[in-house]
Design a protein around this ligand. Structure first.
Ligand SMILES: *[C@@H]1O[C@H](CO)[C@@H](O)[C@H](O)[C@H]1NC(C)=O
Length: 209
């Protein structure tokens, strides 16, 4: 009898303690570390931490790439913190482009819900994997590899991209090369592009130097 009571007691302790590890809703007021945000006290967590309405509306595509990526990563959607998962909405106006980019922190699964998108990635062996996707199609982009999406239909395209990380990150190749103050001489030396091309791209993308 005592044994059964002890087992029940330890099970109760186990389950009550296990419950506090069900989730770790991001405390956005605290610092962000490579492991994510620290946890908001469980007593302050509400259902709205686990719901995001931020992807209802199309993003604003009136920009140079005619595209908008609306993230629901841990910073916008605190409930995904610590769960190794997140999502974003992609709106591509006619001739819109998501330029070559990587997500250092996670793999991506892209689901097209409207229109046509040419999507592709390049492996570290420099093999090219490219395909035209239509509504209902999905494509996976392995973690860290350069990839892109281009509107292929002449009409607005929409897709949702889920990630194997709550903070997948985003680095856009052209912005890294031409949208900052890395001296043109170094950009030219490291890309083999000529001075006129580098200066032109820096002017278009807001770089200096
Ligand atoms: C979209 O962005 C452009 C450029 O920044 C801006 O002029 C325009 O007002 C924005 N449209 C909406 C609906 O927010």
């Amino acid at each position: 009898m005592i044994h059964i009571l002890l087992i029940l007691c330890s099970l109760f302790t186990f389950f009550t303690h296990a419950a506090v590890q069900d989730f770790c809703v991001a405390d956005l007021k605290g610092p962000e570390s490579p492991a994510g945000y620290s946890c908001k006290p469980a007593a302050k967590v509400t259902v709205d931490d686990f719901v995001s309405t931020g992807l209802r509306a199309a993003g604003n595509t009136s920009n140079i790439i005619k595209a908008a990526v609306t993230p629901a990563f841990a910073a916008q959607f605190p409930g995904v913190n610590g769960l190794g998962i997140s999502i974003a909405r992609l709106d591509l106006a006619a001739s819109g482009v998501v330029p070559m980019h990587t997500h250092p922190g996670g793999s991506e699964l892209l689901l097209v819900t409207q229109g046509y998108i040419v999507a592709g990635f390049i492996s570290s062996a420099n093999a090219v994997y490219v395909k035209t996707l239509k509504k209902g199609d999905i494509m996976v982009f392995p973690q860290g590899l350069l990839h892109f999406q281009v509107n292929a239909g002449g009409v607005t395209a929409v897709a949702f991209a889920s990630f194997s990380s709550a903070t997948p990150g985003l680095q856009i190749l052209d912005f890294a090369l031409f949208a900052n103050d890395l001296p043109s001489k170094l950009v030219e030396a490291t890309t083999f592009l000529d001075d006129a091309t580098v200066k032109k791209l820096k002017a278009v993308l807001g770089g200096t130097g």
